[in-house]
Design a protein around this ligand. Structure first.
Ligand code: AMP
Ligand code: TRP
Length: 340
């Protein structure tokens, strides 16, 4: 079957659960803004239905949805150019999610590493939603016929599963309906690592706050976390390649490169032969100069929750306008009778 050319459309989502980290900023938010600037039509979604796959206190969830929306806006997403909305306001996600859960195979979901990580040892006690999470994510993407999905490295497996689900739907129903979306994993910070352990990714859910930089950290906290970040006793080498076996040192250089826009070798050359005690204050200054305006803007925006809700409401309406006809055709392909 030949694939119909679908027009370019970007979709990505972030869960409103806990504080955003420097990993989310470099791996996702900054990339979203770059794609917006490149002029590709895009939807950026606060995936509140994904958030409840683990328990969320309702009042905290509501606050987290508004905070994440404020962060989207503070980073430079513009509701006039990109569609910004929360998932639960567009019922098409849940409905298509059901249909796609009937396309996806249990064996496919069993391979998902995020479920294994999040469910931990007591898998029997995890919610059914946590397990079927990737079928809802596939629906998020496919409900808009999105062709590109900018994400961090950890989400690659879920986007590949979305491609498999789209291909099986097309095959089973003998149609060429859903595009196979491509994960867009680019830049030098697709996997920002913990400041305490260079083998683990920086995560909102790490029990140690010292392991991550939060978008809400003030300048002192950022400087302290970078000063205390784990490194080894050696100075910076002459080339980036020489950091191959030094995960923590490499992570700090990657963060510096991502924030400064310099390439990694240029960063290493600038500091070659100098100790990390010289490099860390420079990195802290760079991080503060990038994050302080974002943090300040988030706080300003949060002073007016009605305005944030208006952005989400307007975005949801525009999102639904795209998704509803795609869903209507899906129902028809599946063989449902629609007569109302
Ligand atoms: P999450 O925090 O899991 O909701 O992730 C939201 C987005 O941020 C996804 O695109 C992730 O791939 C990305 N992301 C999360 N943590 C990191 C990290 N440590 N490095 C790079 N990207 C990340
Ligand atoms: N699963 C993603 C994460 O944990 C969030 C997400 C949900 C997403 N739906 C999406 C990302 C659709 C990209 C596209 O980070």
């Amino acid at each position: 079957m030949t694939e119909t050319a679908h027009p370019r459309r970007v979709f990505s989502g972030i869960q409103p659960s806990g504080n955003l980290t420097l990993g989310n900023y470099l791996g996702a938010l900054r990339r979203f803004v770059e794609m917006q600037e490149a002029g590709v039509p895009a939807l950026y979604c606060v995936v509140d239905m994904h958030a409840i796959t683990v328990w969320q206190e309702p009042a905290k969830l509501r606050a987290a949805i508004r905070e994440l929306t404020a962060a989207f806006l503070a980073c430079g997403l513009d509701p006039a150019r990109s569609i910004i909305f929360n998932q639960s306001q567009v019922p098409a996600h849940a409905e298509l999610g059901w249909i796609l859960s009937c396309v996806a195979r249990i064996g496919w979901l069993n391979r998902m590493t995020q479920f294994k990580d999040k469910a931990g040892k007591d898998r029997e006690a995890a919610s059914v939603g946590l397990y079927s999470y990737p079928t809802l994510m596939a629906a998020d993407i496919l409900a808009y016929h999105a062709t590109e999905v900018p994400v961090g490295e950890d989400q690659k497996q879920h986007v590949e599963l979305t491609r498999d689900i789209a291909a099986k739907f097309n095959h089973d129903y003998g149609v060429d309906y859903f595009p196979l979306p491509a994960p867009i994993i680019e830049g030098v910070a697709t996997r920002v690592m913990s400041l305490r352990d260079g083998t683990r990714k920086m995560s909102k859910s790490d029990p140690s706050d010292m392991s991550r930089i939060n978008l809400t950290d003030d300048a002192d906290a950022i400087a302290q976390k970078i000063r205390k970040a784990r490194t080894d006793p050696d100075p910076l080498p002459e080339t980036y390649a020489a950091l191959a076996e030094r995960a923590e040192a490499r992570n700090l250089v990657n963060i510096y490169a991502a924030l400064s826009g310099l390439d990694r070798d240029a960063v290493v050359t600038e500091f070659a032969g100098r100790p990390f005690s010289d490099f860390k204050p420079a990195l802290a200054d760079l991080a503060v100069s990038h994050l302080a305006p974002v943090t300040a803007r988030i706080q300003e925006l949060l002073a007016d929750p009605a305005e944030i809700d208006a952005v989400l409401g307007d975005g949801a309406e525009r999102a639904a306008e795209i998704a509803e006809p795609i869903l209507a055709r899906t129902r028809d392909i599946v063989g449902f009778v629609s007569s109302r």
